[in-house]
Design a protein around this ligand. Structure first.
Ligand SMILES: [Zn+2]
Length: 123
């Protein structure tokens, strides 16, 4: 792919994911808070409501991190360094980028990182 086309392609891909996250996240919150609040007044159900809320917070937390990652990736596209491995400086394969557009390391470095993580955990 030509460099310019390549950045356009991934920029679109990233923006699309960002959009999905932002609209999806908003919808989930509205559904959660309006549907459950009055429907289950007794304490048992309120407990499960709390669990739902914790679950939602965890999801939100993960989404927030992913949103930050996507915004970082978009910045890298603008700076012309998108798709370059942060560890070894080699190009990350386009196939890997398409599957995981926010990645900052090539498959080789990622595998090494995972292997070391396993060692640290004693697995
Ligand atoms: Zn690498």
């Amino acid at each position: 792919m030509v460099e310019k086309e390549r950045s356009e392609f991934f920029k679109n891909l990233l923006n699309q994911k960002l959009e999905e996250l932002l609209t999806g996240a908003g919808k989930a919150v509205v559904e959660m808070s309006s549907a459950k609040e009055e429907a289950f007044p007794d304490p048992t159900d309120r407990a499960s409501h709390e669990t739902d809320r914790n679950f939602l917070l965890r999801v939100k937390d993960r989404e927030r991190k992913l949103i930050a990652k996507i915004q970082d990736a978009l910045k890298r596209v603008d700076n012309g360094v998108y798709g370059i491995c942060e560890i070894c400086g080699e190009d990350i394969s386009e196939k890997r980028l398409e599957a995981r557009p926010v990645t900052t390391s090539c498959i080789k470095c990622k595998e090494e990182e995972e292997a070391q993580e396993k060692l640290r955990k004693g697995a």
